[in-house]
Ligand binder design. Sequence first.
Ligand code: PMP
Length: 438
Amino acid sequence: MSFRYQQSSSALPEDRASLQIFLAQVQKRLQAFAARGLHLDMTRGKPSPEQLALAAPLLERSSAIGFRTVDGTDCRNYGGLPGIPEMRAIFANILGVPTDHVVAAGNSSLELMHGLVTAAMLNGVGSGMPAWSRCGEIRFLCPAPGYDRHFRICQEFGIDMVPVPMTDNGPDMDVVERLVADDESIKGMWCVPKYSNPTGAVYAPSVVQRLAAMHTAAADFRLFWDNAYALHHLTDEMVEIENILECCAASGHPNRPFVFTSTSKITLPGAGVAAFASSSDNLRWWMERYGVRTIGPDKLNQLRHADFLESAGHLHALMESHRRILAPKFAAVQAVFDHELAPYGIARWTRPRGGYFITLDLLSGGAQRTVDIAAEAGIVLTPAGATHPYGRDPDDRIIRIAPSYPTNEEVAQAAEGVALCVLVAVVERRLLSPEMTA
Ligand code: PMP
């Protein structure tokens, strides 16, 4: 793995006695930390109440904007399966695709992903292709570390997950190309191409082009392109990625990508709008399936979203407000880790340019123990292993840190607590290592 990690340099004490003294000191600090009786939650990438408040006008203006779309549709009624034109235009703009290649749906892109997998399992994708459920064993490539809820969808359907190593530039393409070229059972691949969950990796242009162009043994292979963090910058650099629909079309694979995004972390995660973009063939196929599930999405919510996001060039100003709230929290975690962990050479952590997570890598293991000790000290972390298929991190190294929800003060406290737990877990392990016990 090679992410934008902060590398730490020097090392822990080398002899057993000094290491034991060091451990006792850290344990004392951790006990004092636990005695504060804090309850800190760093589990999920949830926007904070302060961020949710940014969307207040969305709800306040809701009665003033009425119920008609630009084309006169009455949003109160049934119908309008592809979503209202205003909201499709906003998503087309976010994703850089033509409006007729994107549909606006319900409140969750994850639900759409689940829906697309369900449809593929039941009906098959692409003309004349069999239902995935009739194809025997089905596999998905899962870049790891990755997003646990993607992995849960695979587990739900009994889809075999094949981990692929992640780099700072996206998945290791040599591995991906080799796997998909030979194995017809590989039908899909999860991708979070920008500010990836949890590493913050951004897919390099060459990676996107190779994903678009690669030969796949399965004719009905699909890229599940989850662009959840398209606008979620943490720095001045507004990172852009290659347009997957265009790259795939140019490579002769127009039906390969299923593209997703949502306003969950732009407006309200519980009450946002999700989008699906793809080729005309795929959209036609999906609309037929989707129309069996629902008579139409919540168009009133789409209408108030369009009104809110269109007003005063709101989208980018809004994301800037999110950044102003989020960036200091990320900086607080970095500062504490720099201070508490960097001197010991036992861990490294990402400095993401966007997204919602910091990945903490305990170079020689101890992630599970760290999460357990943290729970005892009042800090709930994402379960160790969650970033890997089947919840199994083979080296027990990766911890996902989600700094968005707690207050700035709580984030700094939580980071300090996590750093102390890391030190305890790693030093305990080292004391048990053969060279120490010999
Ligand atoms: N994709 C990724 C990569 C995410 O991190 C999240 C939220 N943590 C989601 C999807 C969920 O999106 P939604 O709220 O639109 O279902």
